[in-house]
Design a protein around this ligand. Sequence first.
Ligand SMILES: Cc1cc2nc3c(=O)[nH]c(=O)nc-3n(C[C@H](O)[C@H](O)[C@H](O)COP(=O)(O)OP(=O)(O)OC[C@H]3O[C@@H](n4cnc5c(N)ncnc54)[C@H](O)[C@@H]3O)c2cc1C
Length: 453
Amino acid sequence: MVSVGQHERIELLSYSEVEEVSGYVGNFEVKVRRKPRYVNESLCTGCGQCEEKCPARNIPNEFDLGLGMRKAIYRPFPQAVPNTPVLDRAHCIYFERGRCRACERFCPRQAIDFEQQDQFVTLKVGTIILATGYDPLDVSQTASFGYGLDNVLTGLEFERLINASGPTGGQVLLRDGTSPRSIAILHCIGSRDERYNTYCSRVCCMYSLKFAHLVKETTGAQVYEVYRDMRAFGKGYEEFFTKVEEEGAIFIRRGEDVEVTKQDGHLLVRAEDIFTGENVELSVDMVILGTGMVPRSDAGDVARLFGIGCGAEGFFTERHPKLAPVETATDGIFIAGACQGPKDIPDTVAQAGAAAAAALDMIDVGKVKLEPITSFIDEQMCSGCRICIGLCPYNAIEFVSLNGRGVARVNEALCKGCGTCVAACAAGAATQRGFNDRQIYAEIEGALQAPMM
Ligand SMILES: Cc1cc2nc3c(=O)[nH]c(=O)nc-3n(C[C@H](O)[C@H](O)[C@H](O)COP(=O)(O)OP(=O)(O)OC[C@H]3O[C@@H](n4cnc5c(N)ncnc54)[C@H](O)[C@@H]3O)c2cc1C
């Protein structure tokens, strides 16, 4: 991120959101809303004085998933680029009660600006890459895994707990501040489970093994890996699995159901060990849930905004799973990372590189090849019903005004010649080039006149 922030040909718009997208490959126009952070980015040096002096404290830190606290003016996460704080208007004493302004008084650069408003910038771009990522499964919807009980954490919560910049400075501690002596890590929470998501989230086995390794390294606690199938599919991953076994983690291959309850001040994990066929009960101090990856809650809205599709699970769809894995149905829009489906960081980075290369390739060539067979709408015959516009899977038809009436017009740069509009047009105004009725009859006649072999 630091290199991106410093690159002379990259303009980084942080704390911003895309509001509108129009145009097509080579000619996109993107309207971006820059949200007010109430800090002037060009004046702020990131010294942290404002954060230190801010009296509004004890606000749950979103990045630490509520395990730690933050001030009203804060850096959203450690090593943020740019290193400029943001003021949370909802918790700021000045915005609430009209007095305070401590951050402004102590800022040595006069960078605090309470008057900042939303700003809109319009970008003209040739290609777009979407890399909007995923959401962790909302485990509060799952009853039997014990989430909500003290010391039952999701995978991401544990990531923050064991991170050196996290709320405990990297120490694995229970709610009462003591170190756990035993931890159970439950795999496949919300993945490969008919009740939640049937797909495999692909990263949970490996991050669960990573947790076991880190726990062993930092606490010496007994670790139980309660798994279903071990999916150590990547380079060096199987070897890492063996290493964690050798470090002393105990592996229990469980059946479908697993239950976590509280008993005598401990957590009780009940599952069936499918190797022995017996029910096991583990009394542990901490439970980590290997929560899966789900599409972002706004994935559908983002897909509609950019005119791309989502699959049945809700992740963005690629044009072809093998031959066009970073392209989308809309020319010039590419996808990379977990927005396309669950994947780990190496796969995300590889896909991001491929998406960047594909986007650059288009820019470098400077031209796009049109489909040989595209649709054409006879504007004199068009009734302006707009049915074709709603049906076009490529957003290739626009509604334009012609001599005071509205008609549909095909953008040939976007049309893929699927023929949906031709089939749907009640007025018979839409045809496919090379495939009008006269041409098809001529082809049939020609075929029938050919000598029989
Ligand atoms: C508990 C846990 C532990 C893991 N541990 C590992 C590990 O050890 N090793 C490993 O390889 N993988 C690990 N993973 C997987 C890893 O998190 C993903 O592979 C990786 O985060 C995917 O990167 P991404 O950039 O596609 O998505 P994300 O990391 O989700 O990043 C997407 C970014 O896009 C931003 N964004 C979203 N929508 C918008 C929008 N509309 N406008 C602007 N910005 C937007 C988001 O704020 C976010 O910053 C783990 C996953 C979990 C759940």
